[in-house]
Write a protein that binds this ligand. Structure first.
Ligand code: CU
Length: 123
């Protein structure tokens, strides 16, 4: 009987972990904040993108502020293929990337060598 309980508890734990990572990865990220008619998000660039998932509203222009706090050459360029953006990010500076209103969907972004990744979730 106690074996059954252990098995059930283990199954529950596995289900919970799967649910947590599945849902969390879908629902995670940081939402852009509205500044007038433009939504804005600041993304720290330091060994990666923080946050790496940014949620933006569809149909509204977006301003991404890349705050690059490193000088490793890896992240000196950011590429957002879905918006045809390839932008140089000077070290230790904030660089603004303006995006036009977008349709719902997911838009990845990455460094110029595609080593570090982030994504925009347009919803
Ligand atoms: Cu890189």
């Amino acid at each position: 009987m106690s074996n059954l309980i252990v098995v059930l508890a283990a199954l529950l734990a596995i289900a919970w972990v799967n649910w947590y990572f599945f849902i969390a990865s879908r629902r995670g990220g940081v939402s852009a904040t509205l500044q007038g008619s433009v939504q804005e998000a600041v993304i720290l660039v330091k060994g990666g993108y923080q946050p790496s998932t940014v949620r933006i509203a569809a149909g509204r222009p977006t301003r991404l502020v890349f705050d690059r706090q490193e000088d490793s050459s890896c992240t000196e360029e950011v590429v957002i293929p879905g918006f045809r953006v390839r932008q140089y990010l000077p070290a230790h500076q904030q660089t603004v990337v303006e995006l036009p209103p977008a349709q719902p969907g997911e838009q990845p972004f990455m460094c110029g060598m595609s080593m570090v990744h982030g994504r925009l979730i347009v919803e």
